[in-house]
Design a protein around this ligand. Structure first.
Ligand code: ADP
Ligand code: MG
Length: 169
């Protein structure tokens, strides 16, 4: 007998920060919630803290120190090797701001990056329909006046993965 496909559930987390250091700390917490594979869109105006958040994620995965994580605006993609829950994890940090059109995007080979142990974080990923379709979630950073930022994380989970007590490290 066939079973209905499990409904996709959505998990939402919200944080407020008032400094870059606090956003790095949120990134560190998020690393625990992000079970690979993930393709996440990092959305927010220029200078809101997308790259800053990745610093925390990279740090928590022992993939890089915060000051080693810089914007991939020109290089388009930065790759780090880390560990999560005792397993190797590949962290890919992309910035597709400068890419124009799906043809240019294809040259990046995004699909090849998304292996079972990969966390792929794409700044400006919302620009591309193909990325929006494949994304397993998104992180939105909005300025809330001065140095305050509201960080909203939305993760899609399949019914199977989501059963039980939730995501654990
Ligand atoms: P983006 O990648 O979104 O363009 P960056 O992370 O490169 O932004 O830069 C964000 C800048 O804003 C950094 O200089 C950071 O120190 C500063 N900043 C100030 N307050 C915050 C905050 N609450 N969260 C993140 N960054 C902040
Ligand atoms: Mg950036």
């Amino acid at each position: 007998m066939s079973q209905a496909a499990p409904a996709a559930l959505v998990r939402k987390h919200e944080f407020t920060t008032t400094s870059g250091a606090e956003t790095i700390e949120v990134g560190r917490k998020l690393a625990r919630l992000l079970e690979p594979p993930q393709l996440l869109i990092l959305r927010g105006d220029l200078g809101t803290g997308k790259t800053t958040l990745v610093k925390g994620i990279a740090q928590a995965l022992d993939a890089a120190e915060a000051d080693e994580v810089t914007s991939p605006t020109f290089t388009l993609i930065h790759e780090y090797d880390g560990t999560r829950a005792g397993k190797p994890v590949k962290l890919f940090h992309l910035d597709v701001y400068r890419l124009e059109g799906e043809r240019q995007l294809e040259t990046l080979g995004l699909d090849e990056l998304l292996t079972p142990n990969a966390l792929v974080l794409v700044e400006w990923g919302e620009k591309f329909k193909s990325i929006r379709k494949k994304a397993t979630g998104e992180i939105v950073i909005a300025s809330a006046g001065g140095d305050a930022r509201k960080i909203t994380v939305t993760l899609k989970e399949t019914g199977i993965r989501d059963q039980g007590s939730g995501i654990s490290l």
